[in-house]
Every structure is written in structure tokens, then in C-alpha cells.
Design a protein around this ligand. Structure first.
Ligand SMILES: Cc1ncc(COP(=O)(O)O)c(C=O)c1O
Length: 394
């Protein structure tokens, strides 16, 4: 590998929420943080160089998109995802969650129902509830270590609640599914026949393993494209979340206009200069770094799988098809969800995301972020093993 993903960089005191919020959020000061979905590596050198150049230029005034940016973005989308958006379809936001909030306001009224598939990334629920919309959930179900959609339940909930908007997580965080074309097509068909607009959060689209392939929702069919907002970002792919820049693709001009109005109403206007600069460099020159990162992540996933098999066989790994977030099942330990969480946080001193944050279906689960150097991952797993062994629960 040309890039090194195994040197440990201390993130304490760098305004990093993963480390610097630990004590504020009631965790031990020396906790190891493998929760929020950013990475413990510096971004690609090509991106760093572009950012350094911008800093050297020294002028940080209002910024705008140009042809160079759009052609780099389009080239990336075509090469990586067989996706060819037109420039007019693009609306930038300072993040994907910001886009979700705009979509909720643009396509629903207060009191309207919005559906999500739990367990799922928790800000989906928060955005729906904070905007005074009705939360409707359709649970994914797990069978032999893999999660599936209950299509009947999904449609029934839509009809019963007169749902107006569906927030899809594709690939899915936290159960690490990469939805197949058939699954997405069924979801699209249900939404089309019930007049439900789809917001497809595809932020994890550049992390897909094995034979799985990410399908861009609007690539399913012209009808799906007309009925959806597809949201993507370099923020997960290149570890740029702090630069606050994401892209939404909206083919349907009516939906696009409504979305834009809600974005404009927030007062947010031009994209962040550093976010834009980083995204341009990522699309143009980031690929070699990303390929090496994929190798590192796959090795980390193998490491977790082997570690559990050897040392913590009662903890089950849900085999990931995508994302750098692993969904671990602790239910076989015979402990309550609170006991499991308490042991991990206070005895092992490891901060993961507790499964119930993603919905009640996450009881007995924890989500671990493996986008970290191997020594950190190893230390975290050793601590967890030690803590459960100490109380003789493995
Ligand atoms: C599915 C999903 N959507 C959105 C985000 C956050 O996106 P942003 O920081 O661009 O709002 C995350 C981060 O973990 C995520 O997992």
C-alpha cells in the first residue's frame, strides 16, 4: 500500500467530537472512541495539497461552483456509479442531514407522515420529529446474519399513515446492507404507486465490498429518477465531514424548486470554500488513496471477524456488504442491553454506538467504526474481551 493507515494520530484537543466530547457525554476520560462515522486517518495527500494551496492563496471570500468542478464530479459519478447527472440537477448543501431536513420541509406539511426503515442512522428520526412530522417506521428483519426489508409491512405502513416521504439509507447504516436492484425496484414501485417521494441517502456509496454493487436510486428507472432526491458526499469517502459540503441530485424540476426554496429559507447560500476545494481534489485525484483505504478497511473487517471467532465467539458479526461500520450482536451473552453497554463503556472503556440509538430493533447490538488504525482496533477489541471475560460472560 502506498498510504499508511496504521499510524495512530492523537485526536484529543483537535475539536474532534469523537474524542473531545467523551467526558461531556459521561464517558471515561481515557475511553477509546470508535463511535461516530468519521475516520482516524488524514485525508488523501491530493486533497491536503489542494487545501494547502487555498490557504497559501489566503483569500477566503464567497465561493461558487464552476465547470471544472462539475465535470470532475460528473466524471467521478460516471466512473464509480454509472451515474450521469446534469448540472442543473445539482443542489449543494452543507451536509446530507441538512438536505434531509430541507426535503422534509419541502415535500411534507407539519403532521404529515415520513417513513424510515429501522434500525437506521438516528438523525433520520430526529429530523422528522424536530420538524413536527409523524415518524413511521418499518423494521428490517434479520435472518441468518443478514437484514431484509419486509415489503408488505412497508407498504401497509405507508397506506395506513398516508406517508408522503421515505428516507432511504442506501447502503444501509448500521446493518451494512447494500440493497440490490430488485430490492430498490420494489421500494420504488411501492413509493410510486402510493405517491411517496424518496430521499435516497447514499453517503456510504463508495464503501461496498465483495460482489455487491451500489445502485444509484435514480438509475433504477426514469420514474424513480423523477420521484427522488439522491444525496451523496465526499465527506464519508474522504473523511471530510468537518468541511460541510454535500451534493443532492434532483432530476424533477418541481421537486428541485421546492427543495431549493427550503434551502434558501435557511439563509445558507454559497458552498464552503474549503469543502468545495476538497471535493474537487477528491473527484480529480483521490482514487488511489481510496483504493488503499478499501484494502485497509477490508483487513480491519477480517481482523474483527477473526478476533471474534477466536476470542469472543458469543459476539456475532453481521457480515458487512458495505460501509465501515460493523453491527455486532451481543444478545448471546445473557446480559441486559444496559449491562452490555455499561461493561463496554465503563469497564472496557470503549465508546461504540449503542444499538438502541438506531431504533428499538438495535437492542443487544453495538455499532463499531473500523475506520481506524489496526492498533486502535486491536486495543478496543482486547479491552472488550477483557471486560467480558472478567465478569465471566464469554
Ligand atoms: C447514513 C448517513 N447519512 C448522513 C450522515 C451524515 O452526513 P452529513 O454529515 O453530511 O450530514 C451519516 C454519518 O454518519 C450517515 O451515516
Amino acid at each position: 500500500m502506498s498510504y499508511n493507515f496504521n499510524s495512530v494520530i492523537d485526536r484529543h484537543g483537535t475539536n474532534c467530537i469523537k474524542t473531545d466530547l467523551a467526558v461531556i457525554r459521561g464517558k471515561p476520560a481515557d475511553v477509546l472512541s470508535l463511535w461516530v462515522a468519521d475516520m482516524d486517518f488524514p485525508t488523501s495527500p491530493a486533497i491536503l495539497e489542494a487545501l494547502h494551496n487555498k490557504v497559501d492563496h489566503g483569500i477566503f471570500g464567497y465561493s461558487c461552483l464552476d465547470d471544472d468542478f462539475f465535470s470532475a464530479l460528473k466524471n467521478w459519478m460516471q466512473t464509480e456509479h454509472d451515474f450521469s447527472p446534469e448540472r442543473r440537477e445539482l443542489v449543494t448543501t452543507p451536509g446530507v442531514v441538512f438536505g434531509i431536513s430541507c426535503a422534509i420541509k419541502a415535500f411534507t406539511q407539519e403532521g404529515d407522515s415520513v417513513i424510515i426503515q429501522t434500525p437506521v442512522y438516528y438523525p433520520f428520526k430526529n429530523m422528522i420529529e424536530l420538524n413536527n412530522r409523524k415518524l413511521v417506521t418499518s423494521s428490517l428483519y434479520e435472518k441468518e446474519g443478514k437484514y431484509y426489508i419486509n415489503f408488505e409491512d412497508f407498504e401497509k405502513k405507508i397506506i395506513e399513515n398516508n406517508v408522503k416521504l421515505f428516507i432511504l439509507c442506501s447502503p444501509h447504516n448500521p446493518v451494512s446492507r447494500v440493497w440490490t436492484r430488485e430490492e430498490l425496484q420494489k421500494l420504488s414501485d411501492i413509493c410510486l404507486r402510493n405517491n411517496v417521494i424518496v430521499f435516497s441517502d447514499e453517503i456510504h456509496n463508495d464503501f461496498v465490498y465483495g460482489p455487491n454493487k451500489h445502485i444509484v436510486f435514480s438509475n433504477l428507472s426514469p420514474e424513480a429518477a423523477e420521484n427522488s432526491i439522491v444525496s451523496m458526499s465526499v465527506s464519508k469517502t474522504f473523511n471530510l465531514a468537518g468541511l460541510q459540503f454535500s451534493t443532492n441530485f434532483i432530476k424533477n424540476p418541481v421537486l428541485r424548486n421546492k427543495f431549493r426554496i427550503e434551502k434558501d429559507k435557511t439563509g445558507y447560500d454559497e458552498p464552503s470554500l474549503m469543502g468545495l476545494t476538497a471535493a474537487l481534489a477528491a473527484y480529480k485525484n483521490g482514487k488511489p488513496w481510496l483504493l488503499d483505504l478499501h484494502k485497509h478497511l477490508k483487513e480491519n473487517i477480517d481482523f474483527v471477524r477473526n478476533f471474534l471467532a477466536e476470542k469472543l465467539p458469543s459476539v456475532r458479526l453481521i457480515e458487512p456488504e458495505g460501509t465501515f461500520l460493523l453491527w455486532l450482536d451481543f444478545s448471546k451473552l445473557g446480559l441486559s442491553d444496559s449491562e452490555i453497554d455499561d461493561i463496554i463503556v465503563n469497564k472496557a472503556k470503549v465508546w461504540l454506538d449503542r444499538g438502541t440509538m438506531f431504533g428499538p430493533e438495535g437492542e443487544y447490538y453495538q455499532r463499531i467504526n473500523v475506520a481506524t488504525p489496526r492498533p486502535v482496533l486491536e486495543e478496543a477489541l482486547n479491552r472488550i474481551e477483557g471486560a467480558f471475560k472478567e465478569i465471566k460472560h464469554v
